[in-house]
Design a binder for this molecule. Structure first.
Ligand SMILES: [Fe+2]
Length: 262
């Protein structure tokens, strides 16, 4: 047995769809209720679905009973204010797990690299069912911001930068790619994110909107990339040293308390 995947994502692991006419839609994301939820940057989230329809953003596996990122329950207070966003999430007709709007404040390229992570969407996902991937629909107009994808976290050669004007629509296997957003701008970036189950319905949807697995990566000065990579290596080394020092302090404290109990 193995997971059902979408053929459209086989080639590169991501596709960029036709741009959506975002200007034609109401700015529903400005009316939603956001909750503090830190994820790869200075963020808040407005849940449209959650594990049980509550106004919260935790992974479905952190609930009782724990389950995978499928069968999200609409959070009525937010979903009622965002019928267009809900319709966009429902359009492929595939299973929806977590679905929410992210609000991200501006960051820098090195900070985005530091925040690169892989998602855990398929935790507890039963073998033989559809692999969970993520849709990112940019709502605000952020043409100078980029979704950064890397096959290898530490190798800039594997990096793809997808610009994020209003209406940009990207589907990514976020458990495969290291990813984060570099947002440049004085206002926050808003993006609809949905966990979707791979399979024929998703493939048909990607085909309808001409999913492009070779969308051009935005250019960036190689010297700036290298300088930023060095900055990240330095930050990660500092963090590792801090964690190691905390570990040594904790061990010393536990030895001390063991000795004092003797
Ligand atoms: Fe992620």
């Amino acid at each position: 047995m193995s997971y059902i995947t979408s053929k459209a994502l086989d080639e590169t692991g991501y596709v960029v769809l036709d741009d959506h006419d975002q200007a034609a839609d109401p700015q529903e994301w400005l009316d939603l209720e956001y909750v503090d939820w830190k994820s790869s940057g200075d963020t808040r989230f407005a849940p449209l679905t959650s594990a049980f329809g509550e106004m919260e953003c935790d992974g479905f596996w952190n609930h009782t009973p724990p389950r995978t990122d499928k069968d999200g329950v609409w959070v009525e207070a937010n979903a009622a204010k965002a019928p267009v966003l809900r319709a966009r999430a429902e359009e492929p007709g595939t299973n929806i797990g977590r679905c929410r709007v992210i609000e991200l404040k501006a960051d820098t390229y090195p900070t985005a690299l530091y925040n690169l992570h892989q998602d855990d969407n398929n935790r507890l996902n039963p073998d033989g069912t559809g692999w969970i991937v993520r849709a990112f629909f940019n709502l605000s107009d952020d043409p100078d911001s980029y979704l950064i994808l890397r096959e290898d976290r530490f190798d800039p050669e594997t990096e793809v930068r997808i610009s994020l004007p209003a209406g940009r629509q990207v589907i990514v296997d976020t458990q495969r790619f290291w990813h984060a957003v570099w947002h440049q701008g004085s206002s926050p970036r808003y993006c609809l994110i949905a966990s979707w189950e791979s399979g024929p319905a998703l493939d048909a949807y990607i085909e309808k909107y001409h999913g492009d697995p070779r969308f051009p990566s935005a250019p960036l000065d190689p010297a700036f990339v290298e300088e930023s990579q060095a900055d990240v290596r330095h930050r990660l080394a500092e963090r590792a040293a801090t964690v190691a020092a905390q570990g040594r302090a904790a061990r010393a404290a536990s030895q001390e308390s063991a000795q004092s109990e003797n």
